[in-house]
Design a binder for this molecule. Structure first.
Ligand code: FAD
Length: 478
């Protein structure tokens, strides 16, 4: 008997649910990945770092599968890579390999659900079984429900119920190596296409220093293990190395979520518990997306449909181009573009600034992040944006509006992060770094920064913007 394991957001060859089940049940197991043109063709930039990240991960996965097969006395193995529509390529590959089943790990995004349904139908028409497994979250879909059997829409009780359900069995590894003897060799001539063949250009992934693949994920995880106890205190300060930086690896499955969660759970320190809590947020937003796929384009809470956002293309351009005049916001936007990453505190600050200071629809900001974040994840990004815009489940109340200057003073007190990304403000004295427009002409001359020329004046006045936002949201009280 033979099976095909279809890899998607789980690019590793250890602790892998679908691969584990396939190897245990079938004599010959092939592995495949499809660069899905339905996703790739919609990407606006040809130098998209994610395509490069995935390609690196596939090269390592290919070598990893080969080594596992050889280690088990086999002839070698690897990952068969296709470039085309996944709903056509997977059934075609299943036929040409003559497999009895296709096994994969579940994805909760609306596009993936529709695609998998189609693939499943097409396979069944050919007499091939399609089976999917939970792997990319700890608890999925209906596994954590309220006592009334309904999905949660508030995080804290969800977290409490999630923690209550957790037991070591849920975090147990789906081992691969002991069963690797069933890995089948790749058909002759199979190779991984390069970026140009996929229609993409070289990227600066190496320059930005994000460790890639399973090995990169391991290095980051080991580094974080030494810092996790300080996570609770350090996590909110973007200039400090306080967070794990594992998000892209969690997104593409080059680390095992179960291994990470088990480690944090066993560690048990305040820092580790706080970090585990963030992984629960991740499950929470996946669960929300699965139950409420409408959130992709609509407010989670429909009472906010009455809120009327501004059409302000110039202000939106100022935000995307890091020239709002608010240093923390602009530094954060530069981090997004230069590193393909943004610190969580800054995602909250910039999202709040776009929606509450500039009065612009969260959907525009959400799309912009979706283009630039290497760790972009529909569930978490949508959840984060709707949280900041106050339209989401368990969101920031609409009348609580971040002050971008106060946030800057609190979370980047010495302006270290700001200066890292805005070198034009390097000489601005600490007392003005959070609001440089307050410098007198003499102060500006002294530090050789002219506001309005070397660095923009603020595009809006926060106090006035705040009043406008309160008025904008008043309507929801009706
Ligand atoms: P750590 O603090 O080390 O957290 C560990 C992991 O927990 C993260 O990698 C992530 O998988 C998960 N996590 C942490 N916070 C959250 C959260 N609030 N919601 C869901 N999962 C979380 N996260 C993404 O993975 N992809 C996104 O596209 C994304 N967009 C966001 C947009 C906005 C407006 C906001 C406010 C948050 C967004 N987040 C997103 C959540 C969070 O900002 C990132 O997960 C985090 O900054 C990634 O860095 P890290 O791995 O070093 O985080």
């Amino acid at each position: 008997s033979a099976a095909l394991v279809w890899f998607r957001r789980d690019l590793r060859c250890f602790d892998h649910a679908a691969l584990h089940h396939a190897l245990r049940r079938f004599d010959r197991v092939f592995c495949a990945f499809v660069f899905d043109t339905e996703i790739l063709d919609a990407l606006p930039r040809r130098d998209d770092r994610r395509v490069d990240f995935i390609r690196h991960a596939l090269v390592e996965l290919d070598a990893g599968l080969d080594a596992l097969a050889r280690g088990a006395g086999g002839e070698g193995s690897g990952v068969i890579v296709r470039h085309g529509r996944a709903d056509e390529e997977v059934p075609r590959l299943a036929s040409s390999l003559g497999v009895d089943a296709v096994l994969t790990n579940r994805d909760y995004e609306p596009y993936a659900i529709a695609r998998d349904r189609l693939v499943s139908e097409r396979l069944q028409a050919k007499g091939v079984m399609f089976e999917d497994f939970k792997d990319v979250v700890i608890f999925e879909r209906d596994e954590v429900l309220t006592q009334a059997g309904r999905p949660f829409s508030v995080f804290t009780p969800y977290r409490n119920a999630w923690m209550k359900r957790l037991d070591p069995g849920e975090l147990q590894s789906y081992n691969v190596a002991p069963h690797a003897g069933s890995l089948a060799p790749k058909p002759a001539g199979e190779r991984i296409p390069d970026l140009a063949e996929l229609g993409f250009e070289p990227t600066d992934l190496e320059r930005i220093g994000l460790a890639v693949g399973m090995r990169g994920g391991r290095v980051l995880f080991e580094d974080f293990q030494m810092r996790i106890d300080a996570y609770k205190e350090a996590r909110d300060y973007p200039a400090r190395r306080g967070v794990s930086y594992l998000s892209a690896h969690l997104r593409f499955g080059t680390v095992s979520l179960r291994e990470l969660a088990a480690w944090a759970w066993t560690r048990g320190s305040a820092g580790a518990q706080c970090w585990l809590n963030e992984l629960v947020w991740r499950d929470f937003y996946h669960m929300i997306l699965w139950h409420q796929p409408k959130v992709v384009s609509e407010n989670f809470r429909s009472e906010f449909d009455a809120v009327c956002w501004d059409d302000a293309p110039e202000l939106f351009a100022a935000w995307t181009e890091a020239r709002t005049g608010y240093p923390l916001v602009d530094a954060a936007m530069r981090q997004l573009h230069t590193a393909g990453y943004m610190h969580n505190r800054l995602r909250m600050v910039t999202a709040s600034f776009l929606t509450k200071d500039l009065g612009i629809d969260w959907r525009l900001g959400e799309r912009h992040f979706a283009q630039w974040l290497i760790d972009y994840d529909l569930a978490a990004n949508n959840g984060g944006w709707q949280w900041a815009a106050s339209t989401g489940c368990d969101a920031q109340p609409w009348f609580r509006i971040f002050n971008p200057v106060t946030q800057s003073e609190r979370f980047d007190p010495a302006g270290r992060f700001i200066r890292r990304y805005l070198p034009e403000l390097a000489r601005v004295p600490d007392r003005f770094i959070h609001a440089p427009w307050k410098m007198s002409p003499a102060d500006q001359r002294a530090c050789r920064v002219e506001i309005g020329k070397d660095y923009p004046a603020p595009v809006v006045d926060h106090a006035r913007a705040r009043e406008r936002t309160l008025a904008r949201f008043e309507i929801t009280k009706a």
